[in-house]
Write a protein that binds this ligand. Structure first.
Ligand SMILES: NC(=O)C1=CN([C@@H]2O[C@H](COP(=O)(O)OP(=O)(O)OC[C@H]3O[C@@H](n4cnc5c(N)ncnc54)[C@H](O)[C@@H]3O)[C@@H](O)[C@H]2O)C=CC1
Ligand SMILES: O=CCc1c[nH]c2ccccc12
Length: 297
């Protein structure tokens, strides 16, 4: 089945996959234009990416009508909230964005309540149709929800099989609160520097059996978790492959095998972390002993 829209807690429908613009290899206008022509109707940008101008330009040149494209941008804390939203709208050349996110909890400078009030105001004024957050942990959301008039519609977080174990409690919490989840870096297992990753092995094996590229397996896996992937590429064939991933229905068995590999990857990473910490302590202890002994002798 092609990528399906997902209903947000404010009644609006967000596309089931989004195209990101944080890394610029080449011409961002041409890349976003290619994404729109391949079938993407949701583009993700941020004040910090410096890609808002190119996104606006690409949308204009694609000829697509404003209401047929979903634009997400983020307040990255470069300027005040007020200045930022006006700057973003101007750069994008639109009079509203579909989704406005607080990029990181740090943007709020410890005042989550005050920052969220400002963003709530943007929705009331019509600058943003939907509002949300990004990189918020449960503790940040608890603080926000204590004071909010409007519940965030989205939390955009890193999500892929390698961090499944870490993100599961947050995912459960967001589902309970009816906050939609966007998952960025869904293809991390393909570009992270771990050639022996159990996830990579499992994904490669499924991709080969199904005769599809690996990225499609990972995007379909995100979809199976009810997470909206935010992905990117400047290669036309890959962009088209991302759209085709909506048609890949993984079996329960395939999903479970990727989950299992993800848990194993987390255990391996934890063991590695503990080993490195112990090695550092042992080296430090050895150095202290050496210095003590050399003073005595
Ligand atoms: N809210 C936030 O803090 C963040 C949001 N984002 C958003 O998410 C978007 C996507 O983030 P990414 O980490 O780039 O997502 P991603 O994990 O989908 O990575 C995309 C990259 O994967 C590479 N790739 C694709 N297929 C591959 C293959 N088969 N083998 C090896 N490499 C392959 C491509 O070169 C591409 O640059 C960003 O552009 C941005 O819009 C990203 C990071 C943080
Ligand atoms: O949002 C993703 C990570 C990020 C934060 N700030 C920047 C600036 C430029 C590219 C990516 C990012």
């Amino acid at each position: 089945m092609p990528w399906q829209d997902i209903k947000l807690n404010d009644g609006r429908e967000i596309p089931g996959i989004s195209f990101g613009t944080s890394r610029h290899s080449g011409d961002t206008v041409a890349t976003v234009d290619a994404a729109i022509h391949a079938g993407f109707d949701s583009i993700d940008t941020a004040q910090m990416y410096k890609s808002e101008g190119a996104v606006g330009e690409a949308i204009k040149q694609s000829g697509i009508s404003r209401s047929d494209i979903w634009i997400t941008t983020k307040w990255s804390g470069v300027k005040s909230a007020q200045e930022s939203i006006h700057d973003s709208l101007e750069q994008l050349g639109v009079d509203y964005v579909d989704l406005y996110l607080i990029h990181f909890p740090g943007v709020t400078k410890g005042d989550i309540k005050g920052a969220w009030r400002e963003v709530e105001e943007f929705k009331k004024l019509g600058y943003a149709k939907s509002i949300g957050v990004s990189n918020f942990e449960i503790s940040h959301l608890e603080e926000l929800l204590k004071h909010s008039f409007i519940t965030p519609s989205v939390n955009q977080i890193p999500f892929h099989p390698n961090n499944l174990a870490k993100q599961e409690p947050l995912i459960k919490y967001l589902k309970e609160k009816n906050i939609a989840i966007e998952g960025y870096s869904p293809l991390a297992p393909l570009w992270q520097d771990d050639k022996n990753s159990p996830v990579l092995k499992t994904v490669k094996s499924i991709a080969s059996k199904r005769d599809v590229p690996e990225e499609r397996v990972l995007l379909a896996w995100s979809q199976s978790k009810g997470v909206i992937p935010v992905t990117a590429s400047s290669t036309k064939s890959r962009i088209e492959s991302f759209i085709a991933a909506g048609d890949l229905d993984l079996t329960e068995e395939e999903i479970k095998s990727i989950d299992k590999a993800g848990y194993k990857a987390s255990r391996n990473a934890e063991l590695k972390r503990k080993f490195v910490t112990s090695a550092k302590w042992l080296t430090a202890a050895g150095l202290v002993t050496y210095l003590a002994v050399s003073r005595l002798s």
